[in-house]
Design a protein around this ligand. Sequence first.
Ligand code: FIX
Ligand code: ZN
Length: 429
Amino acid sequence: MTEETGQGQTIAAGDDAILKETVTRIVNTTPVTDIHSHLYAPVFGDLLLWGVDELLIYHYLIAEALRTDTSLPFDDFWAMSKEEQADFIWQTLFLDHTPYSESRRGVLTSLQRLGLDVSSRNLTSFRKYFNGCNIEDHIDTVFQTANLQAVVMTNDPFDDVERPVWEAGKAVDPRFKAALRIDPLLNDWPHAMSRLKEWGYDVGPDVAAAGTAAEIRRFLSDWVKRIDALYMAVSLPPDFDYPDKSDRSAVIEHCILPVAKEHGIPFAMMIGVKRGVNPALKLAGDGVGAASLAPVERLCAENPDNKFMVTMLARENQHALCVAARKFRNLCLFGCWWFLNNPTLIEEMTRMRFELLGSSVIPQHSDARVLEQVVYKWDHSRAIITKVLIDKYRDLLATGWTLQSDEIARDAAALLGGNFWDFLGRDRP
Ligand code: FIX
Ligand code: ZN
């Protein structure tokens, strides 16, 4: 039985059609904060990737195309122009074979939701549409279509194209938020050391030496402030351990943890990527491996005043990660990362997370590298979150509990962004 109250509509057991309609409407109309992407604000120029050719040469699709047409040597693919690569991928993955893999379906969802007729199979007409777009207006269209409120970039001070834009102090479109990405600092100290020296930081080979650690902290603090970083982030291999005798552990202990604590920002760890399993595939050549939860547990236990965000790449790690999140309130679990961003695995992970953590999780991020990808990534994930929520609410109603539609709206707002802002201790936008 349903009725209107001060908290919206009351939904009880048996109101299945109303439950489905209400959850679907609310999840679809709740704006998202996308907490991890590789998108850039327009001020970064060519770093902002967009358009159908970029969609087609997404590294997820490169991996699929080069295993589907095995006659093309990798080097010949890399020698092609961007447009030639896109032509090859379109022909191989969409015309010569049926495009039902998640990444291929994703291209079609994005094009369709932007108003293009994918049944035409006419790449030339898709190119024409994008050639006619003004980027500023197009960003508005994409944000509206995806119902996206804000997107967090991946900002790398070691990137020679990106760094000067920040150093020039140019204004950044406020919908694009910053995250300080520091992989070289943690995964390749000798290289990072030479760069830091170049930029005027007095560092040496021994990270734990007081002077060097202080200078690394100064570098981190300078960048956190310069870009107003919402968090500091790193991707880590499956054999990540902490503490150990590595430079990485020393940087975490002496530099990252104190700086993160001082600025009140989380340290985000993305664990389980094996970089360059097949180097011939370049950006498409990374793999996955199961990791240990022990370093995450130790970091959370030993540093209760630090905040940690964690996502893991291996399916095998998902259950233990949920359990760890139950133990540590300073641990925020997020997203279905990369090879997990497929409907089967998103659904499995979302169910498990809702069952173990209720609404205290960030179920998804897009990891979009190309602007229009946010449309499909959020369309596909919203549908799964909706489906799982309906099931969980239905089970709840079976106990005799009743639900207010405002409570469903509260849950959706938390899951699609609110939890992130709350964890940061910042106001929701
Ligand atoms: O390290 C990361 O942030 C990864 O997401 C990327 O390196 C990866 O290439 C990617 O795009 C995955 O979706
Ligand atoms: Zn990423």
